[in-house]
Design a binder for this molecule. Structure first.
Ligand SMILES: Nc1ncnc2c1ncn2[C@@H]1O[C@H](COP(=O)(O)OP(=O)(O)OP(=O)(O)O)[C@@H](O)[C@H]1O
Length: 631
């Protein structure tokens, strides 16, 4: 095949404009706007359950804080009621007949009660803010950890399902909104209590006043709910784009990929891409803004009209003598208090409705994650496993037409080294994931000493496996944890240094500023960085440290120098007798150490045997081995 090269330095002039970011038209099972089938009524009915969930979470993280918060809310409300009731009493005396000093004297006890209640109200309101400050961070951490744990626990196959990532993104917004939820709920409750207290007083002044005040604030509430729906609709439309944008942001700015970005001239396009996607997100938000403005203007005008009506009614009641002057004066204070409480009640009720939309996303993701958590069975796997059998195993990734593994049967015995080879995409890594139970087969069975992995406790299985994956993680942890991660704690570093020696890393680690205590993340202060091959050696060390009955190495030496690779394979052979070892590799020379080699093609095993059998067998293995030598 002849490749026509493009000269990057001269091709700028005739280059077509860069393509905009792909549009994500998401139509999977989860790709439904929850608002489309959630009416205002339905959302209001869901509100108590969302509130209840927040309350339960708050109760679990800080009982004292919750009790303090509730007690202070009640106290604030009671204080407001006392202030109003005694203001009415004081007014009656102050605006009554007689000398000013006598009227003042008569009003004094009521005024003292008003001042004391107002003071208590302020103190309890400050204490409830304190309780809120105590609970909120704990609540957010709890929600965040619940989400992280749920994602870590789902079946690995769930990651590939339609909408999983977008639902996760929506749920993460829910986590940040947990903070607002507590504040909204607290303000809503406090407004409710103050409103009940104030409306009791105002109704005693005149029965017409309360309905009039309600009318005055209702338009603002309706406006807030309608705006909340529009805001959420926009948020929902943006979920997919925001998800991709945050992934790209991480990839573009992560120091590990910085060389590739720079030396391949990607910066310009990446920034263009990022801006184009951000513009698309902003555009949706801007389109919604005039609709929101119209709603706010209309509902404010209506609310203003109703408020004018309330004041006019009060003036009419006072001038026509339907209420006495002292009562009218109290009514002015009561109207102000009730109005403030009512608007807070309506505004925070709408805000809670708004937040609950996001929290409902978090809940539905958590529900989905718990449905997708492994439910396999509780069979234990013994510490010593003699045999793993695969019986006509088939696996197809979600959304794919062809199975990645299409009917593989094999038996692997303790002490055996099995190599799996084949061209890209032939199903080697998928087969490894099926053998370890990371994926469960759609058809057929994987048996560990007769125990079907579909009925075994997955943690019990993974206690017996060690895997060097093709794409491994370079954890920003200390060197020691990078080796012992996933292991029970040990009291001395002896076993850690043993594997460090086994993978030939002693010299490199001894040169690190704090040896095993060095943080392996250059981007963090005090951290150090390893080379690609050194990282891969460390990852092999991590798997060797586990000393499990099954060891799987998927392309374990792809970044290593010849000495490193030689050392790793020597070590694999040295420890092979106590376990089953599987090596997935494209370096066919490395398969010489295997007792048996499987050659995979299109998800099936098409050849198997020793290196000598296969290299002389005239099949795919022989062809690939010849290609490897043809330079
Ligand atoms: N997470 C996934 N979701 C969907 N399809 C996948 C996923 N992982 C792999 N596949 C598909 O399954 C098939 C087998 O992939 P697999 O990774 O097992 O191949 P492989 O033999 O290990 O390839 P390579 O040599 O490139 O590592 C391929 O067609 C691939 O596109």
């Amino acid at each position: 095949m002849q490749v026509t090269a493009t000269d990057a330095s001269t091709s700028d002039k005739e280059a077509p404009p860069p393509p905009p970011p792909a549009t994500i038209a998401f139509e999977g099972v989860h790709g439904r706007n929850p608002l489309a089938d959630a009416s205002f009524g339905a959302m209001c009915r869901r509100l108590p359950s969302v509130l209840g969930h927040t309350a339960r979470m708050a109760w679990a993280v800080d009982r004292t804080g919750v009790v303090l918060l509730l007690a202070c809310q009640l106290l604030t409300g009671a204080a407001a009621a006392v202030v109003l009731a005694f203001t009415a009493q004081a007014m009656t005396h102050l605006l009554g007949t007689g000398a000013v000093s006598e009227r003042l004297h008569a009003a004094m006890p009521a005024l003292v009660v008003v001042a004391t209640a107002a003071g208590i109200g302020r103190i309890s309101s400050a204490l409830s803010s304190y309780a809120d400050t105590r609970i909120t961070p704990l609540l957010m951490t709890e929600a965040d950890i619940t989400l992280v744990a749920a994602v870590c626990r789902v079946e690995a196959s769930a990651y590939g399902e339609d909408g999983f990532a977008d639902q996760q993104e929506a749920a993460e917004v829910g986590v940040t909104r947990t903070r607002t939820m507590l504040q909204d709920a607290q303000r809503f409750m406090s407004a409710l209590i103050r409103m009940v207290a104030a409306s009791g007083v105002i109704t005693t002044l005149h029965p017409l006043m309360l309905p009039l005040l309600l009318l005055a604030v209702l338009p603002a509430g309706v406006g807030a709910v309608l705006s909340a729906r529009i805001d959420y609709e926009t948020h929902y439309l943006n979920v997919g784009d925001r998800n991709v944008r945050s992934m790209m942001r991480w990839w573009a700015t992560y120091s590990r990929y910085g060389d590739e970005v720079r030396a391949n001239g990607m910066t310009g396009y990446l920034i263009y891409w990022y801006r184009a996607l951000s513009d698309r997100v902003d555009q949706r938000t801007l389109t919604a803004a005039p609709r929101m403005l119209r709603i706010v203007l209309a509902t404010s005008a209506l609310g203003g009209l109703f408020l004018l009506g309330t004041w006019a009614t009060l003036a009419w009641l006072a001038t026509t003598g339907r209420v006495a002057l002292p009562i009218a004066a109290t009514a002015i204070v009561a109207v102000q208090t009730t109005l403030a409480a009512l608007s807070q009640f309506v505004i925070h009720g709408a805000a809670m409705f708004h937040t609950s939309l996001y929290l409902a996303d978090m809940r539905s993701f958590l529900d989905m994650a718990s449905r997708r958590a492994p439910k396999r069975g509780d069979l234990e796997i013994p510490p010593r496993v003699e045999e793993i059998c695969l019986d006509e195993v088939v696996y197809r990734y979600p959304g794919k037409d062809d199975p990645a593994v299409a009917g593989v049967s094999l038996t692997l015995r303790r002490g055996e080294i099995l190599a799996i080879v084949g061209e890209n995409g032939s199903g080697k890594s998928t087969l490894a994931k099926l053998i370890t139970g990371i994926l469960l087969s759609d058809k057929g069975r994987v048996l560990w000493d007769g125990i079907d992995l579909a009925h075994a406790d997955p943690d019990a299985v993974w206690k017996r496996t060690a895997l060097v994956p093709q794409n491994f993680a370079c954890w920003p942890l200390r060197t020691r944890e990078n080796i012992t991660l996933g292991q029970p704690h040990t009291y001395d570093d002896g076993p850690v240094w043993d594997v460090v020696d086994a993978v030939g890393m002693r010299e490199a680690i001894e040169k690190l500023p704090q040896q095993l205590d060095t943080l392996l993340a250059k981007e963090l202060w005090g951290g150090a960085e390893l080379s690609g091959g050194q990282w891969q050696r460390l990852v092999c060390g991590r798997a060797l440290y586990r000393q499990t009955p099954l060891l799987i190495l998927d392309e374990p030496t792809s970044q290593m120098d010849a000495r490193g690779e030689h050392g790793i394979f020597l070590e694999i052979r040295r420890i092979a007798a106590q376990r089953m070892t599987i090596v997935v590799t494209h370096q066919l020379e490395n398969t010489r150490l295997a007792d048996r080699i499987l050659v995979m093609d299109k998800g099936q095993v098409i050849e198997q045997g020793t290196y000598e059998d296969l290299v002389n067998g005239g099949g795919l293995f022989a062809e690939l081995a010849a290609l490897a030598k043809d330079r």
